[in-house]
Design a binder for this molecule. Structure first.
Ligand code: G3P
Length: 222
């Protein structure tokens, strides 16, 4: 994973599914081409293949199930991601929490399949614990700020500082991140990028929104 990065989680937003998922991914690719900033997109499982075919930037799943291939109706498996040419997965998002052994299986199996993992955590202590499993990055997101207009950078900068201190993996931060300033501050505090959703998926102009986030990374670079 090229860091620092802007990681965009499309969740299950109506504005980011089907043809709109492809449009947002193309906007993300354009921002990457124009700025050189690493941008990763995480569309919902049903749109992964379509988005993969449309863009050359990294494409991640939002979640995977910790099963080996077999009789697991409705599951999305790491083996499927590898087959589809997907680059990695998010795991343990606060809207899709799993237990520790699920994260452990995901990191272990992903490594075997050459896939990357962003493991989410609600605070710096959980972040430290999941970082011991050696995912490619840990994303710290205080759940109460997710989907709001109040960013972790503004409301809880101390969580970013503590996470950067404690975590033994690159730290991404998210929740309420929407502006250039939010990203700049997060990176200045030591984060290796941001995990965002509503600031892009609900924006009138997703390209402009992604560009604004990428500019935060550029402005924070020495
Ligand atoms: O996965 C990203 C996320 O939980 C943050 O959401 O809408 O606050 O950017 P949002």
């Amino acid at each position: 994973m090229d860091l620092p990065a802007v990681v965009i989680n499309f969740k299950a937003y109506a504005q980011a599914m089907g043809a709109r998922a492809v449009e947002i991914a193309r906007a993300a690719e354009k921002v990457h081409e124009e700025t050189g900033v690493s941008v990763i997109v995480a569309p919902n499982a049903a749109d992964l293949v379509k988005v993969r075919e449309a863009v050359d930037i990294p494409v991640f799943a939002q979640h995977v199930d910790a099963y080996q291939p077999g009789a697991h109706t409705g599951s999305v498996l790491l083996e499927m991601l590898a087959e589809w040419g997907i680059d990695g997965t998010i795991i343990n998002h606060s809207e899709r929490q799993v237990n520790f052994s699920w994260v452990e299986y995901t990191v272990h199996r992903a490594r075997q399949l050459d896939l990357e993992v962003i493991a989410c955590a609600a605070d710096e202590m959980i972040a430290r614990a999941v970082s011991d499993l050696q995912p490619n990055a840990v994303a710290v997101e205080p759940p109460e700020l997710i989907g709001t207009d109040v960013s972790i950078s503004k409301a809880k900068p101390e969580i970013i500082r503590k996470a950067v201190d404690l975590v033994r993996a690159p730290v991404l931060v998210g929740a309420g991140v929407k502006t250039t300033e939010d990203v700049k501050k997060a990176v200045e505090l030591g984060a290796q990028g941001v995990l965002v959703a509503s600031g892009v998926t609900k924006a009138k102009d997703p390209y402009k929104a992604i560009l604004g986030l990428a500019e935060g990374i550029i402005q924070a670079m020495p």
